[in-house]
Ligand binder design. Structure first.
Ligand code: DGL
Length: 267
């Protein structure tokens, strides 16, 4: 593998496409091989040991494709398996948690950040620890939102039911001094308009997908693995473990006009 090789990314389903979107915006010339484990979605409510196994398998699949770097485009995987993959693999790995935490800490003025994530991500305390590491004075309210990723997978981005459920999750922070809302799940940027409507414009929303893409740019440059700019948008390949048609339809909502090769993968 060299700078011309592709970047490998994985998620439990379509959520990681919000990371693809940000990476394509910053690095249009980079080829991406995306792996969505749609057969085993959702990851957010499963045991940490299972998420570790899935993460290892997903990484092995991408390594077999010859990728030059790995992006864990899933907060639940990042929370449970980032350190382990980093210790066991020799290629650069970028997760979503540390970059998101850093961006949220930089954004808050009141010193109070709320983090939304899957049950697995929130109960792992990964964000709470990452924010504390950045700045121990910043307070964190962490909220598990197990229904949000499935609502995104059902494309109910603007549905009243989604708004009702999101408002229920957010009610504890509405009259607080939280001024920064960190989206700690790669599915949630699709709900940003609804979430912003609920929390109001005085709260800034930080997206861990864009923070992760910015980190990837730095890592590729540092490791001399960035592709020379060709002025052309690179080809992307998408692999999923189930229901290719549903993935393709959803992908159009995430990335309108998305192009690339779509295939079923078996692990
Ligand atoms: N996109 C995944 C994440 O960032 C979560 C969705 C799931 O529960 O599988 O955590």
């Amino acid at each position: 593998m060299n700078s011309k090789s592709a970047i490998g990314m994985f998620d439990s389903g379509v959520g990681g496409l919000t990371v693809v979107r940000e990476v394509t915006r910053l690095l249009p010339e980079e080829e991406i091989i995306y792996f969505g484990d749609t057969a085993r979605f959702p990851y957010g409510s499963q045991a940490p040991s299972r998420i570790v196994e899935y993460s290892k398998e997903n990484a092995t699949f991408l390594l077999s494709q010859g990728v030059k770097a790995l992006v864990m485009a899933c907060n639940t995987c990042s929370a449970h398996a980032y350190e382990l993959l980093q210790e066991s693999l020799s290629l650069p790995i970028v997760d979503v948690i540390a970059p998101g935490a850093k961006k949220a800490v930089a954004a808050t003025q009141s010193g109070h950040v709320a983090v939304l994530g899957t049950s697995g991500t929130i109960s792992s305390l990964a964000y709470q620890k990452a924010i504390e590491k950045e700045n121990p004075a910043v307070r964190v309210t962490a909220i598990a939102c197990p229904l949000l990723a499935p609502l995104v997978e059902e494309r109910l981005f603007h549905h009243p039911a989604t708004e009702l459920i999101a408002a229920e999750y957010l009610k504890s922070i509405l009259k607080s001094d939280v001024d920064t809302l960190l989206l700690g799940c790669t599915h949630y940027p699709m709900l940003q308009p609804i979430l912003q409507k609920i929390v109001g414009n005085s709260v800034s929303i930080v997206n861990s997908a864009s923070a992760c893409a910015e980190e990837l740019v730095c890592v590729l440059q540092e490791k001399k693995l960035a592709r020379a700019s060709s002025g052309q948008i690179a080809a992307h390949r998408y692999f999923v473990t189930d229901d290719l048609k549903k993935f393709q339809d959803l992908a159009q909502s995430f990335l309108p006009g998305i192009q690339g090769e779509f295939s079923l993968a078996s692990l």
